[in-house]
Each structure stands twice: as structure tokens, then as C-alpha cells.
Ligand binder design. Structure first.
Ligand SMILES: Nc1nc2c(c(=O)[nH]1)N[C@H]1C(S)=C(S)[C@@H](COP(=O)(O)O)O[C@H]1N2
Ligand SMILES: [Mo]
Length: 362
């Protein structure tokens, strides 16, 4: 059985599998994204899971293989809460597609991102309870969903290195913003890997496998890798892809939106900025003259180290067409690439070029 979410305010890119993102100005309204405004990224079905008969299988290189009910899982450790941003590696793909087509991928705008307070059992407590064998290096996750990968029936899966899995903040989450997970977001149990691309945070978790190698699931072994710019779907050498893990520095203007008309005079511009766990966002800057001069924005809300920050800045706009540009700097003095053309890759991942929004000032 599969569920179809009804998300009237989301921009739906695809019905089957269901893929949708909120409009940017809606996204920017609350620092913690309500579930009904949270982007939905699926590769297959949205399974309807009965929580009473649900079992989580833990297998592979462990001393005690287990099949846990939700109650048994909760009894392993007190709940732990982490505020973390989930961002799809395909965020801002539409801008890459405007450089050169990327067939067969979702044309995501700049809002395949959301932040929530996730609550669940730390994965490392579960691993401690089952006893990890000395040679295990990776923790693989498999889902209850059904997807098609190049015509083959598969369930979604991913893996993370054991080292990351032992971080106290990697969760098997059952609650989001003090509510149970919605069916489309992984009810009754999902992985949350803070600081990593969303693809590693497997929803509808069925099985955890300890193993010596990364997952061979196609969504880990093929998808969600960064390929050199000269490589295409026709010429791809899968072994040359770099597995995507950490999020990277990015900043987006959410308000106003592309094509909007605003009144001349002092105008408030708002958005979000995000980075990986390495160095926090330090400064966000806006330019209205094509990048010649920049104005520093105020960071109005943040929850480091795994969450986005919200920024805003008021600039004086004069009548006519205007392009707003934003870029961020992190605490290690790194900033974002200027031009999206430098970043094109045939899967359309990790676009963090300066974000540009054209508006009309009247
Ligand atoms: N089982 C399963 N887990 C999954 C996916 C999926 O298709 N199936 N998509 C992944 C991707 S690519 C992302 S970005 C996030 C999206 O989570 P959300 O839909 O709750 O926002 O879930 C990840 N986990
Ligand atoms: Mo994703």
C-alpha cells in the first residue's frame, strides 16, 4: 500500500514518485520547518507501516542480531534531540539545468531544505546494545519502500562510515518538532545524519547492517556522487564519482522571490544560509550591483552546528530592474563560487554558486 500526501502549499514537481518543495517565502517564515511545509523527496512508494507489527532488523557484523519493536528500541536509551537541517544534494538543480540540460532529474528550485528538531534513539546506543564486531567499517540502512532503479525493483538504501555513526547526534528518529513523523517523512522510524546530504537519512528504516564496505544499494553506489564536469550519462565511469557526505556552504534569497515587484526605497531582503559541520557560517553578504559592492546581512537566528541560519538585510532600491546577489563566508574564510557554470555536473548536485534573484522595483 502506498500513501499519497496532500500538501496544498508545496510546489509539486512529480506525483509518482512524489517530489515537492515549499515556496521560498513560506520556508523562511519559521526557523523550524513545520512538517506540512517540509520538502518531500521520494524515489519510490510511501509505505503505510503498522507501528504495532513494525520490526527493525539489526544484522551483519554484530555480536547479537536483533529484531526490535518500536517499544524495545525506545527502551535502549533515553531520547536525544538534535536540531538539524536536512538538505537534498539536488537543491538548486534548476539553475544548473539552465546551463546545460540534466535529463531525468527533478528540477529543484532553492527550497529542497528544511530544519527540524528531531527526537529519537542515538544510533550509537543501538550499536552498543548489539555489539559491533571489530572489522565492521560501515553502517548500511535499508528501507521499506519500493523504488525502480533502471527498471529494477529496489528499496532505497544508503550507508555511513562507522565513525560517523558513532557520533552522539546520528539518530534513529521517531519524532519531528514534537510530533510523530508523517508518513511521507518516514513514519515510524527514520535515520537522521546531521551535517550530511539528505540522501543518507533513510526513511521507513527496515534494516541496519554492519559491514566492511559501503552499501551496494544503487542510491549509495551510483547516485549521490559528484562527477567531473566532462562526464555525462553516456560516458560515465561510476568509479570516478566522489561520494557526497557533508553539506557545503550555501546561501539563498527567499524573500522577495524571482520576478516579484517591490516598492522603491528601503527594502528588506531575507533568506537562509547553511554549511557543513566544519566551520559555521560567519557572514552573509548581499549585492545589488552585480557583485562590485556588498552589504553585510544580519544573522537573525541560528542553531549551530547542524542547522541553517536565517539572515536579513535592508537595502535601498531604486526603480527599474534589479538583480539581488547573495553569498556567505564561513569561519575558515571560505566563500562560495561566483558562477553556476563552474559547477555543472551531469547529476546536478551541490550547486552553491552565488544565488541571484531578479526583481522589478516600481
Ligand atoms: N526510504 C527512503 N529514504 C530516503 C529517500 C527515499 O526516497 N526513500 N530519499 C532521501 C533523500 S534523497 C532525501 S533528500 C531525504 C528527504 O527527506 P524528506 O522527504 O523527509 O524531506 O530523504 C532521504 N531518505
Ligand atoms: Mo536528496
Amino acid at each position: 500500500m502506498t500513501i499519497r500526501p496532500i500538501q496544498s502549499q508545496l510546489i509539486v514537481h512529480q506525483e509518482q514518485p512524489f517530489n515537492a518543495e515549499p515556496p521560498g517565502d513560506l520556508l523562511r517564515q519559521s526557523f523550524l520547518t513545520p512538517q506540512q511545509h517540509f520538502f518531500i523527496r521520494t524515489h519510490g512508494s510511501i509505505p503505510a507501516v503498522d507501528p504495532a507489527s513494525y520490526r527493525l532488523l539489526i544484522t551483519g557484523m554484530v555480536q547479537r542480531k536483533r529484531e526490535l519493536s518500536l517499544d524495545e528500541l525506545r527502551s535502549i536509551s533515553p531520547a536525544h534531540t538534535v536540531t538539524a537541517t536536512l538538505q537534498c544534494a539536488g537543491n538548486r538543480r534548476a539553475e544548473l539545468m539552465a546551463v546545460k540540460p540534466i535529463p531525468g532529474e527533478v528540477p529543484w528550485r532553492a527550497d529542497v531544505i528544511g530544519t527540524a528538531k528531531w527526537r529519537g534513539v542515538p544510533l550509537r546506543e543501538v550499536l552498543r546494545a548489539v555489539g559491533v564486531e571489530a572489522d565492521a567499517r560501515y553502517v548500511a540502512f535499508t528501507s521499506l519502500d519500493e523504488a525502480q532503479f533502471e527498471g529494477e525493483k529496489v528499496s532505497y538504501g544508503s550507508s555511513i562510515a562507522l565513525e560517523k555513526a558513532l557520533s552522539p547526534d546520528v539518530l534513529l528518529a521517531y519524532e519531528v518538532n514534537d510530533e510523530p513523523l508523517a508518513p511521507e517523512h518516514g513514519f515510524p522510524l527514520r535515520v537522521i545524519v546531521p551535517g550530511y546530504i539528505g540522501a543518507r537519512s533513510v526513511k521507513w528504516l527496515r534494516e541496519i547492517t554492519l559491514q566492511e564496505h559501503p552499501s551496494t544499494n544503487p542510491y549509495q553506489a551510483r547516485d549521490y556522487k559528484l562527477f567531473p564536469p566532462e562526464m555525462t550519462a553516456q560516458t560515465v565511469d561510476w568509479s570516478r564519482g566522489k561520494t557526497l557526505e557533508d553539506l557545503i556552504l550555501n546561501a539563498v534569497i527567499t524573500t522577495p522571490q524571482e520576478g516579484e515587484t517591490v516598492a522603491a526605497g528601503p527594502t528588506r531582503i531575507q533568506g537562509y544560509a547553511i554549511t557543513g559541520a566544519g566551520a559555521p557560517v560567519e557572514r552573509v553578504e548581499l549585492s545589488i550591483d552585480g557583485g562590485k559592492t556588498w552589504t553585510t546581512a544580519n544573522i537573525v537566528e541560528r542553531a549551530d552546528p547542524y542547522a541553517w541560519c536565517f539572515w536579513e538585510v535592508t537595502v535601498a532600491l531604486s526603480p527599474g530592474d534589479c538583480q539581488l546577489l547573495v553569498r556567505a563566508w564561513d569561519a575558515s574564510r571560505q566563500t562560495q563560487p561566483e558562477d553556476v557554470r563552474q559547477l555543472w555536473n551531469f547529476k546536478g548536485y551541490m550547486n552553491n554558486a552565488w544565488h541571484r534573484v531578479k526583481i522589478h522595483v516600481a
